[in-house]
Design a protein around this ligand. Structure first.
Ligand code: SF4
Length: 196
């Protein structure tokens, strides 16, 4: 993170990071290499599902192939100040979908991150993030591209759902909608301003 990005960063983000680094609230702590706390600071929060192999080795979110795709697109569109995290902060074996109990154990960190950062927009990347943030499941074609207002503890946030970048790597035809959604996120935050 550059010094400019960290200007004004609330201390609570560092406190959450410290808690994640020491956490063993679910069985994933026994199989992870490194826990992966969120990183960055800014008006927009991107939330993925869980760390993959590269993230587990480096202890940083979205640093593998899917992460590169996301970070490249954010740069192309012009995002400068973002916070990136996952619903579950430790890698599930073989990148399986996190179990319900793992999500329940880890979700309080995501809630704390949201209430600490108070982002102007949260972008949920994929079904697991969408379910954790919206509280319900639906097909991605119904969820994506729409902005919903969600209550997280005492905080109110706007949530926009789009595909997980790993889904784009598997199915290139989704790239156009993914980029469309990211541009919508940019426009909501940088052109229309604060809602609350
Ligand atoms: S996945 Fe979350 S709850 Fe489980 S050990 Fe890692 S940080 Fe703790």
């Amino acid at each position: 993170m550059s010094p400019t990005q960290s200007q004004g960063k609330p201390e609570c983000l560092d406190e959450i990071r410290e808690k994640v680094l020491e956490c063993c609230k679910c069985p994933l702590c026994k199989v992870r290499t490194k826990p992966v706390p969120g990183e960055g600071y800014g008006k927009v929060m991107f939330v993925g599902e869980a760390p993959g192999r590269e993230e587990d080795l480096e202890g940083r979110p979205f640093v593998g192939r899917a992460g590169k795709l996301l970070r490249d697109k954010l740069k192309e569109i012009g995002f400068e100040d973002v916070y990136i995290t996952n619903v579950v902060k430790c890698r599930p074996p073989n990148n399986r979908t996190p179990h319900k109990e793992e999500v329940e154990a880890c979700k309080p960190y995501l809630e704390e991150e949201i209430c600490c950062l108070k982002p102007e927009l949260v972008v949920a990347l994929g079904k697991t993030a969408a379910k954790a943030l919206l509280g319900f499941e639906a097909p991605m074609k119904e969820l994506r591209g729409k902005v919903r207002v969600v209550k997280v503890r005492d905080c109110t946030v706007r949530v926009l759902v789009t595909y997980h970048p790993a889904a784009i790597l598997r199915k290139k035809s989704l790239l156009k909608e993914f980029v469309f959604d990211l541009k919508k996120a940019y426009s909501l935050v940088y052109k229309q301003g604060k809602l609350f």
